[in-house]
Write a protein that binds this ligand. Sequence first.
Ligand SMILES: Nc1nc2c(ncn2[C@@H]2O[C@H](COP(=O)(O)OP(=O)(O)OP(=O)(O)O)[C@@H](O)[C@H]2O)c(=O)[nH]1
Ligand SMILES: [Mg+2]
Length: 453
Amino acid sequence: MTNTEETIVALATPTGIGAIGVIRLSGPDAITIADSIFKGKDLTKQPSHTIHFGNIVDGDAILDEVLVSLFVTPKSYTRENVVEISCHGSAYILESIIKLLIKRGARSAKPGEFTLRAFMNGQMDLSQAEAVADLIASNSKASQQVALQQLRGGFSNQLQTLRDQLVQFASLIELELDFAEEDVEFANRDQLKKLIYEIVRVISALIQSFELGNAIKQGVNTVIAGRPNAGKSTLLNALLNEERAIVSHIPGTTRDTIEEVLNINGINFRLIDTAGIREATDAIEKIGVERTMEKINQSALLVYVYDAAQITIEELNSDLESLQRPDVTMLVVANKADLLTPEQLSALPHSQAIIISAKEKTHIDELKSKIYHSAVKDQLDVNEMLVTNIRHLEALQKTEEALARVLNGIDTVTSDFLSMDIKQALHYLGEITGAVTTDDLLENIFSKFCIGK
Ligand SMILES: Nc1nc2c(ncn2[C@@H]2O[C@H](COP(=O)(O)OP(=O)(O)OP(=O)(O)O)[C@@H](O)[C@H]2O)c(=O)[nH]1
Ligand SMILES: [Mg+2]
């Protein structure tokens, strides 16, 4: 995956013009290679965690005035020798310096290779390495906090401790296999059960947390749908507080879907305004309505809007029935409350409906709060461990299944079968923390990183 004999180099800051750009080197020769193009102090003789001013030179020609930061193994991000060269942020200068470093023996880093080395050298476990990518990609307060939590050790610490205890039991049971004739029991079955119940408790909580974790990381797809002219686009605009979508009294105004992100209390909701649902009057509208149905099927939350001044009970009931999806939470919104008398309002057919006026912007905050709480069922506590990664979720589910088999057989099956099921559970637990890895798995994870990280 990565040959740690080699010294790698990459731009650590984004490409393009910036005030400064940072080039990062890591590997056994990082300091000598940097020193070979640096005019200033002898970098090979400087202590770790020091910064040095000087020139980058190509023969006699000066390329740039720079600051060089030194991190001597093992006190660095990768635990290898690391050099960071802060130069002026010209694309030309950065590229020339990288080329020069490659000429002197460094090699271009692959995506995520610095973090891969940090993982291989024991600086962090796999879920922490993944958190680095999440942190870089985080685009809201909540997603940043969850990624940071995971980076600091997060739930993998907790799982590691439990896994270590399970390893103990696995080895005791292995021992029983060696003494099969004597019919001895080294591993106390009651203690084993207790441990497994504890692991299952932790794991199920983590599995449960995925729905929220995923919402925080990916955002929540939220479709606004309903009949033409119900006021969907007006509602989108009211939620965004911006005239984003065209509004008109003509039914069928919105033909394509319109997507815009709304952040509520740190969570991103991807609001999708859609074409009103009805028997289409032309080919384009037909496509629009099909697209609406598609979006509803892909969403986590459906905000169903109806015109409270117009709709009949029969129409409302038929809409509610036909739009219901097992995996989609539905919020029912009665719009155009401003057109109704108080008597009409209190006689609205759907008792759970949130009554608003999109046009007058009344009760929009109440709706926002309902939207938020449909994703965050209980109070969001960022100190709670959240699973945000589908790979972790799958490994947790498989661990849970393997542990269920252990519990099933604990009093009945022979040690060899028990040992097999425990090993399976250990395997999947290890996949999360990186105690068990394959090249494919690592390739898959790190290839999604950006170069230079
Ligand atoms: N009185 C009143 N009129 C509203 C309200 N919300 C929307 N309208 C009006 O209803 C009409 C339709 O509004 P839109 O937001 O375009 O409705 P839509 O559901 O997006 O319609 P399509 O895109 O055609 O499916 C416009 O004339 C709006 O001004 C409201 O709360 N009160
Ligand atoms: Mg519209």
